[in-house]
Ligand binder design. Structure first.
Ligand code: ZN
Length: 464
């Protein structure tokens, strides 16, 4: 399993060997979340829930099916999704008068209800979210977590009185993003998507991208400002303090199971997964190393360590299978458990446990008198150094180019005048995807790489 020489094969291999998902389900692109993978997703969802709850969002759960009549109200939106949706056309033996869309995203499910819920300025802001599965008919080659047809994701939807307030929501979303990414140790770049690539119906879209080891950028989420583009066709209006009726300004924010795909790609190595401690189903694994005549002493001490760590809220696994320690090491390395605790008679005599970090192989001991605080400090140090290392790689991946000859397999930074003509030319003639311009403006002094006119910085990479 060589990550650097064949990332694609390495990725598929790791997903299977670590037991994250099973792609043998008889619908292509609809994979089964197996227990270990689902635990990682659930812990990730819990971080998302915490951050959204803490910023005044309320969780809801909308129906999966959307009537065609509602789905078609926003013209740009429907154009963008028409070829990707699944339809329900029959109920029992009867053909439906109004066909139903299986949600590809929930604007058209939620907004008819928003128009009933929002009446006055006192109902604003309305901030809701849900964590559900969504469906898109993906025609490209599918890949676990990265390109699937049934997608686990969260989506938040907000309504505000003014465009400025909606803009402030976008800024709050970016703060939420930072907190979630600190837990997942995933670096990211915020790019305002091009006009032709923005979310159908949006005023603007900010793509959240992370660099994969093959030099390509993976979009892991997005934030959209809609202005009143949806509230006009869906008639979401409020009465302001002066009695005037106005359309609300809306935003949405979403991230999907690609977060799991990004964690695999960003952190893993040739031995397997490397999970950030905050999301690891097991943050530490205890492996007893018994010798002749002391097996029961070692087993009892290992149990004690497990209890002490569990009591401190650390997710821990005691691997007491009847196998050689070496083969246990191998298994837990594939699964990416951040910290291995080895316990033999010599450790017990010295009142310590030996630890080995999965992220950098560092070895040491922790005193049994100070076990839980000691392990907590090491886990935090792993998280921090994984995040720093990942950011360093993300920055290293971006290269400045001023010519399109011999374009490297990296994230490209270059000048773009902003015209659609140059943008399309750039993409079509070079088989590259123009990811957009930095959301937080960057200093740039070069010229447009296509026409030579004054330009701003833009980013591109090959499509994932
Ligand atoms: Zn140009």
């Amino acid at each position: 399993m060589e990550k650097d020489t064949n990332f694609s094969e390495w990725y598929n291999d790791i997903v299977e060997k670590a037991g994250l998902s099973d792609k043998r389900y008889p619908i292509k692109g609809m994979n089964v979340w197996t227990p270990y993978g689902w635990k990682i997703m659930r812990i990730t969802d819990a971080f998302i829930r915490n951050e959204l709850d803490a910023t005044g969002h309320d969780e809801v759960c909308f129906p999966l099916l959307i009537p065609e009549t509602e789905f078609k109200k926003e013209k740009e939106h429907i154009k963008g999704f028409d070829s990707e949706v699944y339809w329900v056309t029959h109920a029992g033996l009867n053909e439906l008068d109004v066909r139903l869309v299986v949600r590809p995203t929930s604007e058209t499910a939620m907004y008819p209800m928003f128009s009933l819920w929002v009446r006055s300025h006192t109902d604003l802001p309305l901030k809701i979210y849900q964590i559900v599965n969504t469906f898109r008919y993906e025609t490209k080659q599918t890949r676990p977590f990265i390109r699937v047809r049934e997608i686990h994701f969260f989506e938040s939807h907000t309504c505000h009185a003014t465009e400025d307030e909606a803009q402030r929501q976008v800024d709050e979303d970016i703060v939420i993003l930072k907190k979630i990414m600190e837990m997942l140790c995933i670096p990211y770049t915020l790019l305002v998507r091009t006009e032709w690539d923005k979310f159908p119906g949006a005023y603007y879209t900010v793509g959240i991208d992370t660099a994969m080891p093959n030099g390509r950028m993976l979009q892991i989420g997005s934030i959209h400002h809609y202005r009143t583009n949806f509230s006009v066709p869906y008639e979401i209006t409020y009465e302001d303090a002066d009695g005037a009726h106005k359309n609300v300004h809306q935003t949405t924010y979403g991230m999907s199971e690609r977060l799991v795909g990004a964690m695999i790609g960003v952190h893993g190595d040739d031995k397997g997964l490397i999970l950030p401690p905050p999301v690891a189903p097991f943050q530490a694994v205890i492996i007893p190393i018994p010798a002749k005549g002391n097996a029961s002493v070692v087993a009892a001490a290992a149990e004690k360590i497990k209890d002490a760590l569990e009591k401190a809220g650390i997710r821990v696994k005691l691997d007491d299978r009847d196998e050689r320690p070496g083969s246990k090491f191998f298994d837990w390395e594939i699964k990416g458990v951040p910290l291995r605790l080895e316990l033999g008679m010599r450790d017990i005599d010295n009142n310590v446990v030996t630890f080995v970090r999965r992220d950098n192989g560092e070895k040491g001991t922790v005193s049994l008198d100070d076990l839980a605080p000691g392990v907590t400090i090491i886990l935090e140090s792993i998280r921090k150094s994984m995040y720093e290392k990942a950011w360093a790689k993300q920055k290293e991946c971006a290269v400045n180019i001023d010519s399109l000859d011999n374009v490297p397999e990296r994230t490209l930074r270059f000048g773009w005048c902003g015209s659609e003509e140059c943008g399309h030319k750039f993409e079509d003639e070079n088989d590259l995807k123009l990811l957009g311009v930095p959301y937080i403006p960057e200093e740039f002094s070069g010229k447009c790489i296509i026409c030579g006119k004054p330009a701003k910085a833009a980013y591109a990479s090959r499509s994932i």
